[in-house]
Design a protein around this ligand. Sequence first.
Ligand SMILES: Cc1cc2nc3c(=O)[nH]c(=O)nc-3n(C[C@H](O)[C@H](O)[C@H](O)COP(=O)(O)O)c2cc1C
Length: 210
Amino acid sequence: MKRVLLLIVLSLSALAGVWLSIEAPKHKKSGVIDAIEARRSIRAYKDQPVEREKLQLLAECGVKAPSAMNLQEWEVRIVDNKEWIDACTADYLKAVEGTDKAKYMLTPTFKNIFRNAPAVIFVAAPKCTFAGENIGFLGQNIMLAATELGLGTCCLGSVQMIFAEPAMQKHLQSLGFSEGYTLSYALAVGYPDETPEAKERDMSKIKFVE
Ligand SMILES: Cc1cc2nc3c(=O)[nH]c(=O)nc-3n(C[C@H](O)[C@H](O)[C@H](O)COP(=O)(O)O)c2cc1C
């Protein structure tokens, strides 16, 4: 009798296993997909420094991105020095004083020219084939890893214009990028102080080709 009961229990568990595997969602979300869906561009940050280990981890996640022929043609600079950030902000605001550029920056919650973030990751690339692709993957790795760590980010293409100002050359130099490397974008990083809604995406851009 015991044997029959055991057989029934085993058969039922096997059936349940098969049923569960059929019913389990086919596209169960992973951490990465969650991060993709949760990520937003953040432009308001708490007055809370980002731990250096986390900044280092983010940069390493960036550098683990694929690059054409694994040439890793990028350079990454991390700044969490408030004095450096404030000096950049002061010099830039002085350079563009009275222009629309200054008006655009100076919102009521303005803290600095890096969308008010306490830390900034600068990314530069040399003139090379696939430069944009390489550093694009690097940046997205950083932003998704940051999301997973509860950090907010915002990609800032505006640094190309900001650091083109003559008054900003000394700050650009101090980032110490190698000869031939051009600053492409920066990533503002910090603990988010806002929870923006997701911006709409146009899924009609995706088509299967039969
Ligand atoms: C190459 C690039 C440059 C960007 N430059 C800026 C910028 O200078 N300032 C800014 O506030 N946001 C900038 N963004 C963020 C975009 O505005 C943002 O990604 C877009 O509106 C979609 O919103 P989401 O990131 O919250 O999904 C940039 C994004 C990319 C990819």
